[in-house]
Design a protein around this ligand. Structure first.
Ligand code: ADP
Length: 471
């Protein structure tokens, strides 16, 4: 960014400077050239006037006139040529063309009374060709009786122009250097907050404890970046924390049945004469622990599957009434064992677009909990209702209930209110988090209300039509 800034600042400074220099250069040259031309023309006119008055063209030139012309030509570092009306050269200060007849355009035009000027860039000369007029008055420009050609060297003004251009170039280089310094300073000041920010992010990243705030003085945008990065790091830290918790919970949960199995099998292996009854009892216990381990692994696998994107949902329109009836029928033996009555109340037929397997998991877990955490001879009431947008399933029990402060936590992975009881009933602490994930994948919600000793109500709300959101 800094390099771009320097580039922009230099360009915006140097381009107008360069254009200005070009303008000054051409202005300077045209001014010097036109000054010089004017003085040559003035001289030419003065000479023409003198020649016309004295009739020099008609007679042999006097030596002092020749000397005067020679001196003037020398002064101009050039040449003076006099041509008569027949375009024959009568005087040439260089003697080159005396007696010759000129056939070029300029003298012919001069004989018509016109003046021409010509800049010979290759030789660094200017040439003025003007008529020698007689009988000129205010109304009449007069009659041309000859032509005078003046050539003047521009050596001196070219040299002066060159030194002017040189000093301009030096000035330009000086200005460019000043601009560079200014650009360096400005770009440094402008990018400093961003550099400071990136340094601070670097420091905080190395030693982030989830609480540091990334401060960035400077301007609003840098502060916003600092805040955004801060939030992102907080989230990353929270995710990392929950990941670590999850891993340690999983390891702990998986270890518990294994420890029990190890203790049981050790006592059978180490004891020399174990009675057959004890063998049977311990093997039965080992079997139960293996079942438990398998259940935890199964639940974990369901959870992992639910963590995947909603793009993998297997959506179809199904009857929720039928689904609930099937689940209730499947769980009936579990309820009957403890004399629990199950009632299903449905207000209307509900068809909804859902992933049947995942939604079954939700209601199976909830109804199973309503039985597991119920009192013997209790009741489980399941009701289904819908409006134009959602369907609602309410699962109500007359069980032990959940203390208010625990209600928010029962959806956490491995969270159990009463560890011993949950273990007794074969719980893994994963059922409700599986249910919650599945509900969220359907863009629904799940809530709990409960009074300890009275019972709990779990309410699930799910949209009737599934909307796939592309992430
Ligand atoms: P678990 O496998 O232990 O049942 P869940 O995730 O299904 O795990 O439930 C988490 C905890 O929430 C349970 O251990 C239990 O303490 C409590 N809980 C869940 N449902 C009920 C309910 N209907 N009545 C009382 N407590 C419940």
């Amino acid at each position: 960014m800094r390099i771009q800034l320097i580039g922009i600042l230099l360009m915006t400074g140097l381009l107008p400077l360069y254009a200005g220099m070009q303008m000054m250069k051409s202005l300077h040259w045209s001014r010097s050239y036109s000054n010089r031309l004017e003085s040559v023309i003035d001289l030419g006119n003065a000479l023409a006037g003198q020649i016309a008055q004295n009739g020099y063209l008609q007679q042999q030139l006097q030596p002092e006139v020749t000397a005067q012309l020679q001196a003037l030509a020398g002064l101009m570092k050039g040449r003076i040529v006099l041509v008569n009306s027949s375009l024959v050269v009568v005087k040439d200060t260089t003697e080159r063309q005396v007696g010759k007849t000129l056939i070029s355009e300029e003298p012919i035009r001069a004989m018509r009374g016109e003046m021409t000027t010509y800049y010979n860039e290759a030789e660094g000369m200017t040439e003025v060709v003007l008529p020698i007029l007689v009988g000129a008055s205010a109304e009449n420009s007069g009659q041309a009786i000859g032509v005078i050609i003046l050539e003047s060297s521009l050596e001196d003004i070219i040299a002066e122009h060159k030194s002017f251009v040189d000093s301009m170039v030096v000035l330009m280089i000086g200005a460019a250097m000043v601009l560079l310094v200014v650009a360096l300073v400005i770009s440094g000041a402008m990018t400093r907050p961003l550099r400071t920010l990136s340094e601070r992010i670097g420091h905080v990243t190395e030693s982030y404890d989830g609480t540091q705030i990334i401060e960035s003085g400077g301007y609003l945008e840098a502060e916003q970046i600092g805040d955004a990065v801060g939030h992102m790091m907080e989230r990353v830290a929270a995710t990392e924390k929950s990941r670590q918790e999850f891993v340690s919970n999983v390891s702990h949960e998986l270890k518990t049945p294994l420890t029990a199995i190890k203790v049981l099998s050790d006592s059978l292996v180490l004891e020399p004469d174990v009675p057959i009854e004890m063998y049977r009892e311990f093997i039965t216990d080992i079997n139960a622990e293996i079942d438990r381990e398998a259940k935890i692994v199964n639940d974990l696998l369901s959870l992992v599957k639910l963590d995947k994107t909603s793009g993998e949902m297997n959506i179809a329109e199904i009857s929720i009434n039928e689904l609930l009836e099937i689940i209730l029928k499947r769980l009936k033996p579990l309820a009957l064992k403890r004399g629990i009555e199950m009632v299903f109340e449905s207000y209307r037929t509900v068809l909804a677009e859902v992933d049947e397997v995942k939604i079954s998991l939700v209601f199976t877990n909830l109804i199973e909990n309503a039985i597991k955490y119920n009192r013997d001879g209790g009741k489980v009431m399941v009701s289904l209702n819908a409006d134009h947008k959602y369907f609602y399933v309410k699962i109500e029990d007359t069980g032990i209930g959940i203390p208010e402060e625990e209600q928010g936590r029962v959806f956490e992975r491995f969270y159990r209110v009463d560890k011993a009881r949950s273990r007794e009933t074969g719980g893994t602490g994963l059922g409700l988090s599986i249910a919650k994930s599945a509900v969220q994948m359907h863009k629904g919600s799940i809530k709990v209300q409960s009074i300890p000793g009275v019972g709990s109500i779990f309410t699930v709300r799910i949209p009737l039509s599934f909307v796939l959101t592309v992430q």
